[in-house]
Design a protein around this ligand. Structure first.
Ligand code: FAD
Length: 443
């Protein structure tokens, strides 16, 4: 039995990993010239660094499990510091304890000078989906939303809280219940003792894709954009490659692991309801600008986030050389900044030099004097992150119902139930498992 996995990001790779381990013959079709999707290594100032995703949530097992299964255990590390700041009201201010921006200590929030919080209102959690902004503002006021929740969510989704779904993006806030601040305090007290929150790999998490490929006998075809997927007898026929030279590939089953716009096109014929729902998912584009400095002096801590209301160019900066021991060990200062939120398309129209120049102006204002960088690299991520807007989980259920009715077809990836690396790995493996469990694959 032969299975095609369309898309070689972490979701597709995890699906291929599970399928190959389950005895399937797998062909992985990747449109670009490399596997990994939003995981990518690149060289800045002679140091190989992550230019896309750079850390894995350690409080979910799926990321670390896969790292273990492909033999990268000995490279797992945890951040040296997770002390982050908010750059607002003209200064870097230590982030008080929060649960996804919901303050867990009103006194610490007041002392931080970040936001003013009125007496929290105790209100029931609505049954229907609402925006994060509506939920938080009604209970904790606009300032907490703007200066704490918004920058934290901006970091994960690059979106806007007045559109993002509470249930899809911040179920942990909804789970706090009626009395947000008290519940956040309890939640923090309980989770402070449960080990590191994040993990990385010495040499970058961008090593994971190649390690997954190397662990199995998977046929990887690069520069192989899949154009269409249609039924052919009991199986599937894929059209692959440039429009001028399309090849067909016949397989028994297909896992579509692409972002939503490509998945919508590929499913239009065989799962039109799914295609329609997928076409409604927007994406935010962004760029990561990484600087390497010699002889720079920077404050301690992992970096800072910026509330959009402060109207800076960058939305966040990570001092990678403080955060990761292996980066700091190079003796140089490495700072990665990110720019671009959903809808901010004009900002990314600047050329690389201008993006770097503007990011550096912000960095100098936030961190103090910095020398000219020894090197800088701009990595653009067009369509980088799906936007889980209000009603997202209903759209996902529509996709799942529609695809469930089609034998030998599965979908997975960041468009559905979580954008983080562990979540997309989980979705890829679950898609593969469904095929294996349905007896699609003879082992
Ligand atoms: C800048 C940035 C930083 C991030 N940082 C983190 C982080 O630190 N930690 C974390 O957990 N998450 C992070 N994320 C999120 C996470 O990396 C992604 O959500 C996740 O890697 C997406 O995996 P995926 O496989 O679903 O999709 P993708 O990585 O987008 O992979 C999809 C693949 O499908 C291919 N493709 C598309 N269409 C076709 C087609 N028609 N035929 C064949 N191939 C096709 C694409 O070329 C791509 O390789 C970050 C995301 C971005 C953009």
């Amino acid at each position: 039995m032969r299975v095609a996995v369309v898309g070689g990001g972490m979701a597709g790779l995890a699906a291929a990993h599970e399928l190959a381990a389950g005895g399937a013959a797998v062909v992985l079709l990747e449109g670009s010239d490399r596997v990994g999707g939003k995981l990518r290594l690149g060289e800045v100032g002679g140091i190989t660094l992550d230019l896309g995703a750079e850390s894995v949530l350690a409080r979910r097992p799926e990321g670390l499990d896969l790292i273990h299964e492909v033999g990268l255990d000995d490279r797992v590390v945890h951040p040296e510091t997770i002390t982050a700041s908010i750059w607002t009201h003209g200064a870097l201010r230590s982030m008080p304890p929060t649960v996804m921006g919901v303050p867990a200590d009103a006194d610490a929030l007041a002392a931080s000078g970040i936001a003013l919080m009125p007496e929290p209102r105790i209100l029931p959690v609505p049954d229907e989906d609402v925006s994060v902004a509506d939920f938080v503002t009604a209970r904790l006021g606009r300032d907490v939303l703007d200066r704490l929740v918004e920058p934290l969510l901006g970091g994960v989704y690059a979106g806007h809280t007045d559109q993002l779904s509470l249930r899809a993006t911040t179920p942990q806030i909804a789970a706090l219940g009626e009395d947000l601040v008290s519940a956040a305090a309890e939640h923090r007290a309980a989770s402070d003792s449960t080990g590191p929150v994040f993990a990385g790999l010495v040499g970058g998490v961008g090593q994971l894709p190649a390690a997954v490929v190397a662990a199995h006998d998977v046929e990887v075809r690069l520069s192989s954009t899949v154009r269409s997927i249609t039924r052919a007898g009991d199986g599937w026929r894929l059209s692959v490659g440039p429009t001028t030279d399309v090849e067909t590939l016949d397989v028994d089953a297909v896992v579509v692991a692409t972002p939503a716009p490509a998945a919508a096109r590929l499913l239009a014929e065989e799962a039109p309801d799914a295609a329609f729902a997928l076409a409604a998912i927007d994406y935010a584009s962004m760029a990561i600008i990484t600087f390497v400095f010699d002889d720079a002096v920077v404050p301690d801590g992992s970096g800072f986030l910026v509330p959009p209301v402060d109207r800076t160019f960058i939305k966040a900066a990570t001092v990678s050389s403080n955060k990761w021991g292996w980066v700091g060990g190079t003796g140089r200062t490495v700072i990665r900044t990110s720019v671009g939120r959903a809808g901010e398309t004009t900002l990314l129209q600047h050329d690389d030099g201008e993006l770097g120049r503007r990011a550096l102006v912000d960095l100098r204002e936030a961190l103090g004097t910095l020398p000219d960088p020894a090197d800088q690299v701009v990595q653009r991520w067009g369509g980088g992150l799906p936007q889980y807007d209000v009603g997202h989980l209903d759209r996902v259920e529509t996709v799942e119902r529609s695809v469930e009715g089609v034998r030998g077809l599965e979908v997975c990836g960041a468009a559905y139930r979580g954008v983080g690396i562990p979540a997309v790995i989980a979705s890829g493996r679950a898609a593969a498992r469904r095929l294996l469990d349905a007896g699609m694959i003879e082992s």
